[in-house]
Design a protein around this ligand. Sequence first.
Ligand SMILES: [Zn+2]
Length: 338
Amino acid sequence: MRGAVIHAPGDVRFETLEDPKILKPTDAIIRTAVTCVCGSDLWPYRGLEPAQEAHPMGHEYVGFVEEVGGQVTAVRPGQFVVGSFATSDNTCANCRNGFQSSCLNREFMSTCQAEYVRIPNAQGTLVATGQVPDEELWPGLLAVSDVMGTGWYAADAAEVKPGSTAVVVGDGAVGLCAVIAAKEMGAERIIAMSRHEPRQRLAREFGATDIVTERGEEGIARIKELTGGIGADAVLECVGTAEAMRQALHSARPGGNVGFVGVPHEVAVDGQELFFSHVGLRGGPAPVRRYLPDLIDHVLSGRINPGKVFDLTLPLEQVAEGYQAMDERRAIKTLLKP
Ligand SMILES: [Zn+2]
């Protein structure tokens, strides 16, 4: 089979790879229906992570079950399945507490920009749809496997409640999906922080009521101005930079919460500042598995359409161009079709 391999920053190649095989009785092999490039794939692409050996890329997937290991009974060959970037047995104590992305048997996916993928912990990770969904719904379901599930967790972690005011920091795919989540959870006012016109438009379509283009101190001042001088009830941090985290912590009101889902890069939180702010903080890799059944229903029923975050579709063999387009911000998110 063929798939994407990163050799060095800026150097992603589409190569012939070994076909994945069942290695453990809890594995499944899927044939990829669609996959994509994630904003977090840009960290290694931009050389912002320690250099590694050449390795495959990709952690978002929907596909058709090809083969299952002896202990997998929840899904069977031929079914269309959605999973999560973090695999989980869905039975251990952390899974039962709803934090499947901290599963004691967790394995992160990292080989999904390929024609076939091995899914560890398939029994607890994969959720099959009742029938094969229309192809036009595949992008939305693919979004559920990561960015939509992550946006949902940001809203959940920030405790968005009906009637509340939410601020979304970041206008990438996760930030835009976080707008959808905040709206679904009943936020009355949703302030999206974005400087890019096409992204602002999508944020509004997804439910944003206000757009703030300012950043840094000016951005914080603008949020305070819009929230009676105190800050928002819930802030959803979807970037992962020090600036974004500072923006988020200073945009929440005393007693408010920040949900942070951007993978932190050189983010440091000042303990004393946090102490006196009265702001609650929770983040981490999203327990997407917890939300899968519900979010799959949301997409299949047409209630939400997070698939709109894909504004560039390429054949999988053009994966390198998919990275480049996102790196240069010509695309919000690249959908790849095997
Ligand atoms: Zn578990």
